[in-house]
Write a protein that binds this ligand. Structure first.
Ligand code: ZN
Length: 130
């Protein structure tokens, strides 16, 4: 296992996303559910991206999903994998895959949340193989 850690800058928290980062600090992944149309979405927005309702509420996601697509950046100083992960709740999120063997990744593979620390900010949601 590589000992080199890729440095991740602190995320930019604003009033709209503060609950998300507060939950991340506690190891919880939040998404939003729309009370008007029932759809869940990510990244969290004040207005539902499906019906534009402002009746959205924070929901704790299970933190499990599948790899929809991924790409391994092998030429970086510390190689890393970016991916779209489809959460079991429905929304897809762009993220990084961490603490796993990049050579054995597969589309459709099961993954689970593994928050990664940042420099001086809350951890960011990343995923590892389940
Ligand atoms: Zn909606």
């Amino acid at each position: 296992m590589a000992t080199k850690q890729r440095k991740i800058p602190a995320p930019d928290a604003n009033p709209e996303t503060k609950p998300f980062w507060d939950a991340a600090a506690e190891g919880k992944l939040l998404i939003k559910t729309c009370r008007a149309c029932g759809q869940t979405h990510y990244y969290p927005r004040a207005l539902c991206p499906f019906c534009l309702s402002d009746q959205t509420e924070w929901t704790v996601a299970k933190g499990t999903g599948t790899i929809y697509s991924y790409s391994v950046m092998r030429r970086a100083e510390v190689p890393y994998a970016i991916a779209y992960v489809t959460l079991d709740e429905g929304p897809s999120m762009m993220t990084n895959l961490v603490q796993c063997d990049f050579d054995t990744l597969k589309i459709g593979q099961r993954v689970k949340i593994a928050f990664t620390p940042t420099e001086g900010g809350p951890p960011v949601p990343t995923f590892t193989t389940a």
